[in-house]
Design a protein. Structure first.
Ligand code: FES
Length: 355
């Protein structure tokens, strides 16, 4: 069930000058609820200056660590991330929604795969969890990571990654790129982009030996790298994407194609076996916002079409999404929507959060 649970902060570790990792104490009775898969995220909720704030953060620990830990990098004007970096203390309680997300692949001990990952900045968080898990749980698999940062001191988990390299000498390769510091090589001084990928794929990685790729970072980076991977023969289903540091919440939403005049739509929401109905009269409002305004307690986090927490299925009626960074084409085909981005197109819409 997508509801919040109060969890105590068990440990806070300063990872870099502007990034902390926060571990939670999970009570025995909630252990199953908070079991996670490498690459997933949790949504945190707290009240700051009398305003409820929710943010999703990727889990940086591995399921094998038996610890639930997220990394929170402070972003300029980020209220939650500033609070977490400057005020949060061990022993404080935060509301935490159980792990969610599909940025992972199934790990099997008998696999003999070569995984490739590109991460930028805090985009390392889920990739680090995935990398640790695969290296430990798949003894015959290899992992190659390209990791972009501004400067050496801003590299999150640098020591842990170096320790992993020492432990898995022949199975882990890591290439660091720095955008604001010269590394002694033009190829690694700058951002991860398509041009550099062309050189990487020519000289450093043989893409025909890569089984799966994980891309996590800003939109421009992950979409650019994906294009290059697809152009070089990888299939879409081999490439897993997780969008980080997006401006999605701030971006101008794509115009939603519904007429404004005399708009009225009967909305029925199904959640946890219950049904809740209301009338929408503003076609520019999302189904999620309208439902929340009408008193429904629905799961959401980013409200930017990124995290997928607000996913539900349209059971009746027609709707369209303004943006979608989270759902795969087959899910959209099957009728799933991100309700924070969804606008009804007709006079009736039934949306099922239990589907
Ligand atoms: S709340 Fe994150 S995608 Fe809708």
């Amino acid at each position: 069930m997508r509801q919040f649970y109060p969890l105590k902060v068990k440990d806070i570790r300063q990872e870099t000058a502007d990034c902390v990792s926060v571990a939670f104490a999970v009570p025995q009775e909630e252990a199953e609820t908070f079991q996670f898969i490498q690459g997933q995220y949790i949504t945190l909720r707290t009240t700051i200056s009398e305003e409820e704030i929710r943010r999703s953060y990727s889990i940086c620990s591995s399921p094998l660590d038996e610890e639930l830990r997220v990394a929170i990098k402070r972003v300029p004007d980020g209220r939650f991330s500033t609070f977490a970096n400057r005020q949060l203390q061990v022993g404080d309680t935060l509301d935490v929604m159980p792990p969610d997300g599909r940025f992972y692949t199934t790990v099997k001990a008998e696999n003999e795969k070569h995984y490739l990952a590109f991460a930028a900045g805090s985009g390392i968080t889920p990739v680090f969890s995935i990398m640790k898990t695969i290296l430990q749980a798949e003894p015959k698999s290899k992992f190659t990571l390209f990791y972009g940062n501004q400067r050496t001191e801003s590299i999150i988990f640098r020591e842990d990654i170096e320790a992993l390299k020492n432990t898995f000498l022949n199975r882990l390769s890591v290439y660091y790129l720095l955008s604001q510091e010269h590394t002694g090589s033009d190829l690694f001084s700058g951002r991860i982009d398509r041009d550099r990928c062309q050189v990487f794929f020519k000289h450093l990685v043989q893409l025909n030996q890569i089984d799966e790729c994980f891309l996590c970072g800003p939109e421009e980076m992950i979409l650019g790298v994906r294009e290059e991977l697809l152009a070089n023969g990888l299939q879409r289903e081999q490439v897993h994407l997780e969008l980080f540091g997006t401006n999605a919440g701030k971006r101008k939403k794509q115009e939603v194609n519904v007429a404004d005049s005399d708009f009225q739509s009967e909305i029925s929401i199904q959640l946890d076996g219950n049904s809740f109905s209301f009338t929408m009269t503003n076609p520019q409002e999302s189904v999620l916002d309208a439902a929340l305004r009408n008193g429904a307690d629905l799961p959401f986090a980013c409200k930017g079409g990124v995290c997928c927490t607000c996913r539900a299925k349209v059971e009746e009626g027609e709707a369209e999404m303004a943006v979608n960074y989270a759902l795969e084409p087959d899910e959209v085909e099957a009728g799933f929507v991100l309700t924070c981005q969804t606008h009804p197109k007709g006079d009736r819409l039934v949306v099922n959060f239990d589907a």
